[in-house]
Ligand binder design. Sequence first.
Ligand code: NDP
Ligand SMILES: N[C@@H](CC=O)C(=O)O
Length: 350
Amino acid sequence: MTTKIAFIGFGGVGQSLAEILLERKEHLEEMYGLESSVVAVSDMMKGSIYNPEGLDTNELLKCVRESGSVETYPDSPHILKGLTSIETIQQSNADVIVEVTYTDVHTGEPAITHCKTAFENKKSVVTTNKGPVALAYQELSLLAEKHGVFFGYEGTVMSGTPALRMPELTLAGNQITEIKGILNGTTNYILTEMEKGQSYEAALLKAQELGYAEADPTSDVEGYDARYKAAILSSCIMGAPIAHTDVECEGISSITGEMVQQALKEGEKWRLLARIREENGEMKASVKPERIKDHDPLAGVSGATNAIVYECDLAGPIMLTGAGAGLKETGYSLLIDLIYYQKQKKLAKI
Ligand SMILES: NC(=O)C1=CN([C@@H]2O[C@H](COP(=O)(O)OP(=O)(O)OC[C@H]3O[C@@H](n4cnc5c(N)ncnc54)[C@H](OP(=O)(O)O)[C@@H]3O)[C@@H](O)[C@H]2O)C=CC1
Ligand SMILES: N[C@@H](CC=O)C(=O)O
């Protein structure tokens, strides 16, 4: 049965998933039985469109890229334009809501409300928005369970690199005692560009152009994005919810070009490191720039690549490295969730 999809937010990541679904259509149907149809898009500035019978994704992407609005899509008897995000979630016939609005690093809204509304209307959610998972994971996963729907959020930590499913599935049975890593692509890109002599400002601009940075890049450079990711890892992987405000947080805005060059001369590199560990029965987490030795595996992680180390009591330390940001990579993280949604549907769990 065709999975009907509604996009709430249609920026870089949303458009990238739409493109992947188009390009891989046959492969997804043959390999995973994932037949999908985009029925709606609702975006703050790019407008809103709904056709219960499905939209032509090629045409949709053409409209948004050429005119900046999905509402230039040709009219037809079934098409409805102008629904708000909440109306789209409540009134459309979508099975899955792809929540890809901006991450608000203080309140998690409006994404938390989008997810709740979807679950209460028996719709599944896949999202790369860190707000709902960092701030309301317990409540939202219980709500999804209560309504028998799926909640996928793989891309909220390290985009398309399976930083959440790998420990949950492949490292199952271990007790994970500590997690540390580089969890923000933008700041790692800036620091490594500064190592090559580039200025902080020029590197940040490039990270924005490449689609790595948050809508407001303060979230990246002040560490708030990585702080959300630390909170997500603590509740989803360590099983210990921690308030994001309890994560010690310092960004990279005070790191100067001179500091970066001085560290290099002394055989060290600056990296923005997140650490989550249990101390005296209490979960502690921090995000801060640290100077690490050149031979530390984390020092070799450059550009928008991220890395994470899980300290496992049985398997020992396991390090995973891969993209931490990027439109295609993050679009792909949503595809992983859609494939898992499809698997659950097949098992009649949802
Ligand atoms: N880019 C990346 O590498 C990664 C991004 N993420 C997360 O994925 C999400 C999407 O990222 P990305 O596509 O890069 O961001 P963009 O800023 O490109 O896209 C977000 C879109 O959401 C729209 N939007 C904002 N608020 C609302 C609302 N209330 N209702 C409907 N639409 C809204 C924006 O509208 P408009 O601009 O038209 O006003 C924009 O088009 C973010 O939460 C981000 O943190 C996660 C991992 C990696
Ligand atoms: N802005 C974020 C995007 C992914 O979460 C980053 O740079 O890591």
